[in-house]
Ligand binder design. Structure first.
Ligand code: SF4
Length: 262
């Protein structure tokens, strides 16, 4: 696994929060990968048609390197059994759904798709060669920590990356994910790396945790890392499934905005 981690270069990366500890999501990714990947195979728990993006074939992968308290997908598959798929097998599933529904878009969801990067690259390659748009939804941690990943993603024409920023500050990142606060910076670095390599991308921001000043500082950090990215920010609100509500209440956290389940 390539390692291209760099120390946080500027303030605001959590360096001043010595009292806050947490797991390292880059190291956790390697441990999760050992469980849900085998060579270039990846574990999935289902394939489905989804209404997002005007209709998209979706593969739900297992395994993530964050532990977001508001996650409504990862906790949903806890206890489910998955199955290993080669990239070609996964592609046949996705393409089959896309063809039957008339979609031209495919994506991975459920967990973190950049875990098992070889599998991801192969899969994007199949979609790319057949003219389907691949939407890579990611928490950005590995793309931020491993600049090499952004370079490799730049090889594809029909790829768009959506980086979901989980928190407005290192402190909130730690509170919401349990990860060490310094790792917040990797999400910002992901945008910079994607921009540097000319990969089509945008940022989504989870709303509802932190005050206006915190979100203003986040926007400034994003703009500094990736000039122009804030012109197309996607607001993301958590969906208050009963299990999410229970976890938030137990942690004494409540968002200022959220959506009810459909
Ligand atoms: S990054 Fe996404 S899949 Fe992973 S725990 Fe957070 S919300 Fe869930």
């Amino acid at each position: 696994m390539p390692e291209d981690r760099r120390p946080d270069r500027r303030g605001g990366g959590g360096e001043g929060l010595p009292g806050l500890k947490g797991y390292d999501p880059v190291e956790l990714a390697d441990r999760v990968e050992a469980r849900v990947c085998r060579d270039s195979e990846r574990m999935y728990y289902r394939f489905r048609a989804a209404r997002f993006y005007g209709g998209i074939a979706t593969g739900d992968v297992m395994g993530c390197n964050l532990r977001c308290i508001f996650c409504w997908s990862m906790h949903g598959w806890a206890g489910r059994t998955g199955r290993m798929y080669t990239a070609w097998e996964a592609w046949e599933k996705l393409r089959g759904i896309a063809r039957s529904r008339g979609y031209r878009r495919v994506r991975l969801s459920g967990g973190e798709p950049t875990i098992g990067f070889r599998h991801l690259e192969e899969l994007i390659g199949y979609a790319d060669s057949e003219g389907y748009l691949f939407i890579l939804e990611t928490n950005g941690i590995l793309i931020g920590a491993r600049r090499e990943y952004a370079r490799r993603l730049s090889a594809y024409n029909n790829l768009h990356v959506r980086v979901s920023i989980k928190a407005c500050s290192p402190e909130w990142f730690h509170r919401l994910t349990g990860a060490r606060p310094e790792a917040w910076r990797y999400q910002i670095e992901a945008l910079k790396n994607l921009a540097d390599y000319g990969v089509s991308h945008h940022a989504a921001i989870i709303l509802g945790f932190g005050d206006k000043q915190c979100y203003r500082s986040l926007v400034e950090a994003l703009e500094e890392a990736d000039p122009g990215v804030t012109a197309h920010l996607e607001p993301e609100v958590i969906v208050m499934y009963p299990s999410v509500e229970r976890r938030l209440r137990a942690a004494g956290l409540w968002p200022t905005t959220y959506a009810r389940p459909p």
